[in-house]
Design a protein around this ligand. Structure first.
Ligand code: MG
Ligand code: ZN
Length: 229
């Protein structure tokens, strides 16, 4: 009897927390849309190359677009410093131990940016393949960055993450000769979970394959501009 009471109290509380996040995510989306910002949420496991991809993207697109980066990390501002050095406006969110960003944390960081002066906002989520997928931030696109050393079984092990994204980057293909990574097996898993997903196989180290990713980002910025006219 007592145990039952605890259980019935827990469920509504969880729903309340989730819906509060979704509501804030919608408010974030409204801020982006009013300011004409395209916002992307970049998710990956630690070390997949989120920050390296962000650096390449800043360097390639800064000439014609105004870029900002919000970096979520458990501690330090190493990644935000790198984004700033590459030429973007950068804001650091230290989550104080939390393993994901939520809409409220993002909202706090947005207050430090002049959104009207930004075309593309890249949000670097905390390195983690599990809970970031469950917290909407209000961004327009979610991008997952996988990397070859992680192994080709990851779509099968983290289906929620792979199912929910709008684009997939497979980084570190320069390491393919040195590790066991079964690309057809990996891609079959992706196709089952997210048919027709935009996929960019590249190396941030050698630059191979980067152009296709950069073209995709450019097209998304342009599509947003057209849409907001
Ligand atoms: Mg990083
Ligand atoms: Zn988490």
């Amino acid at each position: 009897m007592g145990r039952e009471a605890v259980v019935t109290k827990r469920i509504p509380l969880k729903e309340k927390i989730l819906s509060a996040n979704d509501r804030l995510a919608l408010e974030n989306r409204k801020l982006f849309d009013e300011a004409g910002v395209l916002a992307m949420n970049l998710m990956a496991s630690p070390g997949a190359g989120k920050t390296s991809l962000i650096e390449h993207t800043i360097r390639a697109l800064s000439e014609n677009n105004r870029l900002a980066v919000i970096d979520g990390d458990i501690a330090t501002s190493i990644d935000a410093d790198r984004a700033e050095a590459a030429g973007a406006v950068a804001v650091q969110i230290n989550t104080g131990g939390d393993c994901h960003l939520d809409a409220n944390m993002l909202r706090g960081a947005l207050a430090e940016l002049s959104l009207a002066e930004i075309d593309l906002l890249l949000v670097e989520n905390v390195g983690n393949l599990i809970c970031p997928a469950s917290f909407q931030l209000g961004t327009h696109k979610t991008v997952l960055i996988a990397s070859v050393p992680e192994g080709s079984d990851k779509p099968y092990k983290y289906p929620v993450m792979y199912r929910g994204v709008d684009a997939l980057v497979v980084n570190k293909i320069d390491l393919l000769p040195y590790v066991d990574f079964d690309m057809p097996y990996f891609q079959r898993g992706v196709e089952i979970l997210n048919p027709g997903l935009a996929c960019f196989v590249l190396s941030c180290k050698t630059g191979e394959g980067l152009d296709a990713w950069l073209d995709w980002v450019r097209n998304e910025i342009e599509a947003r501009r057209q849409g907001s006219r």
